[in-house]
Design a protein around this ligand. Structure first.
Ligand SMILES: [Zn+2]
Length: 173
């Protein structure tokens, strides 16, 4: 059975109790994501992220946070500039406060606690940002009948592309 989600968790206590939680986060709480995607109020109103996760001990005897988040975001198609509904379903597994040495032998990522506490909203926001596509486009490649690949490459720099920022985050991380 899963307990109702809170915002902050004391890692050692939750690992000892094998804490297991579920809940929802309002998209409007994720300010960094909203800024990156240039979401306006209409893009976030009423939208939520369903989250479930558990604390456990990894095979390296380090605390771990494992979970899943599901949501749907409204992005702008970079081909026709019309709204694009993007469903996201992300599984995450993060070591907590793993040493650099451990990370060098592990395929898992780590998250750092703040004095032994984890803020789940921060974790979910980071995972969502990493899961976003660099360029969002409708699956239907004919969504903009005036679009041609050659024109796109010649004309795109007109508007600042929020996904370019995401790409920098991914590569410098
Ligand atoms: Zn489109």
């Amino acid at each position: 059975m899963r307990d109702k989600m809170r915002k902050s968790y004391q890692v050692q206590k939750e690992v000892a109790q094998k804490g297991c939680f579920e809940g929802e986060i309002a998209l409007s709480e994720l300010k960094r994501l909203g800024e990156l995607l240039q979401l306006d109020d209409a893009g976030v109103d009423g939208r939520t992220i369903a989250v479930n996760f558990e604390f456990l001990r990894s095979e390296f005897d380090v605390p771990m946070l494992a979970g899943r988040l599901q949501t749907s975001l409204e992005l702008e198609c970079q081909r026709c500039l019309k709204p694009l509904e993007l469903p996201l379903d992300v599984n995450f597994r993060l070591l907590i406060d793993a040493s650099d040495e451990l990370l060098s032998h592990s395929s898992e990522d780590t998250v750092y606690s703040d004095d032994g506490y984890i803020d789940i909203v921060e974790v979910v926001e980071d995972e969502l940002i990493l899961a976003l596509p660099l360029v969002a486009m409708h699956e239907d490649t004919a969504c903009n009948e005036n679009w041609r690949a050659s024109e796109l490459s010649a004309e795109t720099p007109v508007k600042e592309n929020p996904f370019a920022v995401l790409q920098q985050l991914k590569t410098t991380d």
